[in-house]
Design a protein around this ligand. Structure first.
Ligand SMILES: NC(=O)c1ccc[n+]([C@@H]2O[C@H](COP(=O)([O-])OP(=O)(O)OC[C@H]3O[C@@H](n4cnc5c(N)ncnc54)[C@H](OP(=O)(O)O)[C@@H]3O)[C@@H](O)[C@H]2O)c1
Length: 298
């Protein structure tokens, strides 16, 4: 019997990518706030924080695995709306962890590299202590704690970029579109991260299900890169020579939410556990280019 997978936030950047990828091997459904054409996949449209509607939807779908991607992800908005953020990012995750435990559903929770304070010299491993600096990061970390009590639960910390099916721009798309429009960008040379292309993460998640991985893992790109260097690699790959990227320091920005400077994470633990190699950010930008052109042609 094919396994059934339920994806929360299925119309989001990551959710839609996972749905497309898992469709090959699993029966896929899920839920989101908005309705879009999702590669022919049927899913429910409602507010996941509505417990009755959530229970009803999960009971109808009877999934073996639930992948929880839905979240409030705008860090500045989260800082300004802490109550809403904890309701969506923490309380909803707690509710799902409880439902999954009761119904013996394997829960996979997508967390974030921002749970760290960024003070470490070198890449963060799963052994390092989380010390979230802002509301978004705290709300995601509290979600991790809830899922850590699920028997068989899996927490994947990540940092993603890719293509949106919805009419909003991901970090990668923002860089490309700005360069194409010959805009001048300022990108941080003092913030480091380990981004993974969403389609690569979708493949990693598929392996996690097939190999029944549980516990805490960093599912990110291989190696760490500054935001500025990432932008420059995108510019080189896409060949938009008239757009300008300037080096900038995050010190000069007036963010309401404090941000970690070093979000570089090691993916050694998950690579070994699954027996896979994950691309470096520079390598995955080539595939991002292909996907971007494919979307432009539609
Ligand atoms: N993007 C990143 O750089 C990044 C980095 C690290 C970790 N992550 C984590 O990765 C996950 C996926 O991120 P993403 O970039 O794919 O986000 P996304 O594109 O915003 O997708 C999330 C989806 O969930 C939906 N949603 C939010 N609240 C909901 C609710 N109460 N009921 C039903 N649907 C709801 C959103 O709808 P609306 O858009 O209408 O709100 C959206 O369609 C998140 O858990 C995030 O914390 C993301």
């Amino acid at each position: 019997m094919e396994k059934k997978v339920y994806i929360t936030g299925i119309a989001g950047m990551l959710g839609s990518s996972i749905a497309k990828s898992l469709q090959k091997d699993f029966v896929v459904t899920g839920a989101d706030l908005i309705k879009i054409d999702m590669h022919g996949i049927a899913y429910a449209v409602f507010d996941l924080c509505d417990k009755q509607a959530l229970l009803h939807s999960i009971e109808q779908a009877r999934p073996h695995v639930l992948i929880h991607t839905a979240a409030m992800i705008n860090v500045e908005q989260c800082e300004a709306e802490p109550e809403n953020t904890y309701r969506v990012n923490t309380e909803l995750t707690e509710m799902l962890a409880q439902i999954c435990t009761e119904k013996k559903i394997k829960m996979i929770y997508i967390s974030s590299d921002s749970v760290f304070d960024g003070e470490k010299k070198g890449m963060y491993t799963e052994e390092d202590t989380a010390r979230p600096l802002n509301v978004y990061a705290k709300s995601k970390y509290e979600g991790e704690l809830a899922v850590s009590h699920c028997p068989d639960g899996l927490v994947l910390r990540t940092n993603i970029y890719g293509i949106n099916l919805q009419d909003k721009k991901s970090f990668g798309e923002w860089i490309v579109d700005s360069l194409r429009e010959e805009k001048e960008l300022f990108m941080f040379d003092d913030i480091f991260f380990s981004p993974i292309l969403v389609t690569d993460l979708a493949e990693v998640i598929s392996q996690c299900i097939k190999q029944n991985l549980s516990g805490l893992y960093h599912a990110c790109g291989t190696g760490s890169i500054s935001k500025y260097d990432f932008g420059m690699e995108v510019k080189k790959e896409f060949g938009y020579v008239n757009g300008i990227i300037n080096q900038a320091s995050s010190q000069r920005m007036n963010f309401k939410a404090k941000r970690p400077k070093n979000m570089g994470m090691s993916n050694e633990k998950i690579s070994k556990a699954l027996g896979i190699d994950i691309r470096t950010p520079k390598e995955s930008i080539v595939e991002f280019h292909r996907l971007y052109m494919e979307k432009s042609e539609v």
